[in-house]
Design a protein around this ligand. Sequence first.
Ligand SMILES: Cc1cc2nc3c(=O)[nH]c(=O)nc-3n(C[C@H](O)[C@H](O)[C@H](O)COP(=O)(O)OP(=O)(O)OC[C@H]3O[C@@H](n4cnc5c(N)ncnc54)[C@H](O)[C@@H]3O)c2cc1C
Length: 428
Amino acid sequence: MAKIIIVGGGAAGMFCAALLSQQDHQVILLDHNEKLGKKLFITGKGRCNFTNACDEETYLQHVLTNPKFLYSAIYHLGPMGMIDLLESWGLRTKVERGRRAFPVSDHASDVISTLSRRLKQGGTEVRLLTDVTDLLYDEEGRAIGVHLVPLDQAGSRVGKGEDLYADAVVVATGGLSYPTTGSTGDGYRFARERGLKVTELYPSLVPLVCQEDYLRDMQGLSLKNVELHIKNGKKEVYDEFGEMMFTHFGITGPLVLSASAKIGPLIGVKPLKTWIDLKPAVSKDQLDDRLVKLFEANRNKELKNVLHELYPAKMVPVMPKVAGLEGEIKVHDLTKKDRLKIVETTKHFPLTLTALRSYREAVVTKGGVSVKEVDPGSMEVKKIPNLYYIGEVLDLDAYTGGYNLQIAWSTAALAAAAIDDKAKGTSK
Ligand SMILES: Cc1cc2nc3c(=O)[nH]c(=O)nc-3n(C[C@H](O)[C@H](O)[C@H](O)COP(=O)(O)OP(=O)(O)OC[C@H]3O[C@@H](n4cnc5c(N)ncnc54)[C@H](O)[C@@H]3O)c2cc1C
């Protein structure tokens, strides 16, 4: 039997603890929050899209950063294996559109209580309001424990704390997104302090800030079935079809969050030219034909009173402005050139991306502890025996759809198996 300390009681830490405590190890799970799974509770808008019901190859195609590193972890416990395991632990699950898996109850709290029940059954010692301030090492550089300080209900440290020793230490401290859920980036600090590389960090799956003032006039407007194109210089770096929304600062919605995950490192270096194809199903010629017919039938009306036929109400005052026309112009006064300007604006509605929104609004952190520092077959840090890194703290991220939580489950399961093998002397 080994004694194992797990730092962080989020998805990865809880799952790793649940698996290890079933193997009769002494497991201590530490979290500086007042309860476990604070971020899990808000996942999937409170419904917890805990995985994506697909095979391993399909899964890996949706991982954006370092999918190859995840190969062993995903083949150890893949999405379908996770669904089966949670079902066997008493959670009833369902699969919705886009293969997104949820608890049948639509309550993330049921995923947390399923994990918590296993922790209790396995005898895991859970210490909440406990801040891990440092990791401890022996003279040979092996991980041997942590220094922890208790917190009061207000989150202030109480006393100097204590050293706690173990045979293995697992860091499952998550990233930097939604800091109110406890993601303070401590795992990155622990890594840097021992000379481990932490790659550049960015908020990801996050709304985007745009330069144009006219967006404010359209805030709250949601667009379906549009195409978002993003260019970096001459190179098109994003081109996807879907749903998005205008806000007071820029754009958000599924299409935009996915874009942020692709362009995060580019944005901020210089503004990125972007355009929305508002009518991707029709060609420029087809759209022009439609405009010709529309204008012929409404020759004596003002342009702004005709555009309702083609665009949502909040967009109507904006379209002529962006096209360089007066909304009050009579349709019979419009030239062919004017009409083509409207066609062009519809197919190339221009935006300029200037920044990512902050970690407070980001679903995940892009970047993290470099996967080069970690053995992909065990999650053990190559240079530091008995230290394991799992979950979002690693330089791994994926698209929305349940793929990010699967990173937490798979890396946690592989680390648990490796720790168990090592303790039993059966490691490969
Ligand atoms: C709003 C939102 C919705 C999301 N929805 C989904 C979804 O539906 N599907 C999906 O796949 N992914 C979703 N995600 C992403 C997913 O939540 C994360 O990928 C996942 O929670 C990462 O798990 P983790 O265990 O690595 O980190 P976390 O869940 O962040 O857990 C880390 C834990 O470590 C603790 N901790 C940190 N430092 C210390 C320290 N020094 N001492 C003690 N404790 C510490 C923290 O308090 C925290 O509890 C969502 C994220 C957000 C923000």
